[in-house]
Ligand binder design. Sequence first.
Ligand SMILES: Cc1ncc(COP(=O)(O)O)c(C=O)c1O
Length: 415
Amino acid sequence: MAKKTNIPSMKSLGRKWGGTLDQNLAANQRFSADTDPKKINLGVGTNVGSDGKPWNQASAFPASLSQLVSNIGEVCGSYNPATDVQQAAAEFVLGQQLKLPSSIWNQCITSFTAGGGSGAVGRAIDFVTAQHGDIRHLNLQQYAWVGYDSIAYNRGLETRPIPIELTKLPRKGLDVLQTVHNGSGLLVPGKNWKQAGKILTHRDQPVILDIPYTGFDHAGLPYDEALNRSAEPLLTLVDAGAPVVVGFGPTKVFNTFKYRPGGATVVICRTEGEARHARNRMISNARGGTGFIDIATYALMKAMAENPEGLSSDHAAILQRLHQAEQDWAKYAAGSPLANFFNSGYGGLFRILPVQPGTVEALAEQHIHVVYVDKRLIRINIMGLPHGDQTEAVVRAISSRCTDELPKTLRPFAV
Ligand SMILES: Cc1ncc(COP(=O)(O)O)c(C=O)c1O
């Protein structure tokens, strides 16, 4: 009898996967395939100029990176940025961006990581789950940013939905909450943050705030005021005494898309003892990841330390551009249901709109590209609206597809 040979199946790196690629990727492919020179991209999550092209007017981060590259011989030989650069960069994030009072800075552990805001949120999750082995899932606000799915999946965690307005906070799992909700643009009222702060403090339950859009929720206000208002949800949780970890993302606020420097993970401790343990834990967490800073992140940290005014001025310019787009939508949508998405209950780059079925395809025929959330909902990046000849036609094209059938979970909150 012939001897049976065991042939290896060679599938272990390519096992069947039941998932689908997200709609954002599909929309990008459709946009790239469109050859019309006047095509409009409302599908991507990027900053867009008034000419409809990716916004490229930031100068502070590019200048810092270019200087580092030209001095490259000097940086070789050392792993980490000098302590004074790290300290100044951390203070920039804590004070200038997050508006945390300086009295608590020495109880905050700030860790810079690679990979934009995604890296910062990922490190925040790893920091918490390393100490709470019972956490098996993330609690995410409904209709949240699709990137959370892979952040969870890569860590073997499940995801569960919670109401956007935070009226139910489960005891189990790790809450990852947004202060500017991508995708709906809905802003959670202050009283709901207050209630959440009370509950999380009482349970001593860690919460992650994902903050890649400082100021985007109040883009029409003067710069300092916009940042102060934007920090209110975080300060409300901190004042209540809740155990908060922030994932601070730089990509949108300083327009660092192309080189993807990392953001900062900030652990806001309540006592010196908690901070001492958190510091050691963070060093240990960082060691096996991107504990040593890459050049793009170092360039951003140097800009924070040496040119904070330059970063703030880039940031202010992006907020102005966002506000210009908000005003254009409000103006040309006036009198239609679309106008309701541009009142004070909304903010940030994105909106989820109720539409007739077939809308993505119908708009693509008109060279306007948007993302499906489901058959009757689309997500748009409002900054993708060019300011000029096409503005009115684009707003009207979107408005003509809108219905008034917004699902209950996406309706504006009572303030
Ligand atoms: C809510 C939210 N968190 C995190 C991120 C990740 O940001 P980054 O592109 O800097 O990784 C995004 C990006 O769209 C986002 O919308």
